[in-house]
Design a protein around this ligand. Sequence first.
Ligand code: ADP
Length: 337
Amino acid sequence: MEIRAIQGDITKQTDVEAIVNAANESLLGGGGVDGAIHYAAGPELLKECRTLGGCKIGEAKITGAYNLPCKYIIHTVGPRWHGGDNGEGEFLNLCYKNCLEVAMQHGIRTIAFPSLSTGAFGYPVEQANWIAVGAVYGFVEKHPDQFDLIEWVCFDKNTLKYYNKEIELHQSGFYEEIDPVSKEPELIALLSEYNPEVHRYTDDGFDWLDDDGYSIIIKRDGEERMYVDYNDGEFTLGLGCWHGHYNLYRKDYEDLIKDIENTLNNALVAVTIRCDGEWFGSWKTPVSECSKKELIIQARETMHKELIEKTKRNGYQIECEFFDKTKDFTYIIDSEI
Ligand code: ADP
């Protein structure tokens, strides 16, 4: 079983039984890879597509391949990118899952995908890649021995680079799940110099923790300054007003450890933006990127359009919190951003 990405024209692939088409809801042809597939397959493809009654975003439908070297075409409709908060990821994931499901039902063992949604539909390839590759690895894990080859045929070098990067991460075990309970002693050891308090669900005020959850708290001058907890299937790291979540993948756990180390070294800063005392958002940033100018740029990326209008009128403040409280500082931005 091989999962790989190659550069090429998907209509010319001779090593797969099926290729996937990045179609639109009508299934009646379009530009990009859809146009190339219809052109290469010939007009009979359009005839068959007309009988299918279209296709919804995330669904997959199969046809013959006519003049193409493969046997089947699986048509799917990827999501159009609207900023990422509109379920784009779930729909893209569904496209891959449903294509593989349809392929499996037809006994197809070799299949090629284009980079779904990253052309005319505008999905950034650096976000589509991990959804796509994750979806394929997830499917293969649930259905082992069903496929011999699953590949992406990328039209350009840049797209290929992003798919290869994710495939390598999967192959190197970066997405293996770790056991969070066994990591507790390691986390406590990492924080041992700072008198960590460890809490469980049986402790007063911690009944929100799961049976196997834990919360490690570091206080400075009697006040909670940082915490790491495992609960509800994820780790959370909190510093000042900011907190971030980390999945149970080895990759995320390594990021968590790096972030904890950087926090302890005051190299990771929690940034909070407020306008008229109202909390607008918090994020983390390396200390090397917390100049006033850079934080204004980050703030602009974090804020919604309406909030930008409000802060333009009233000004705002950017608070930087370090693990060492004596380093905390605030920028007041009273002019237009
Ligand atoms: P979508 O509408 O889902 O974004 P597009 O066809 O516009 O689909 O683009 C999807 C990807 O397919 C893009 O990376 C584009 O460069 C690529 N592409 C276009 N033609 C081909 C082809 N013949 N073979 C493989 N990939 C192609």
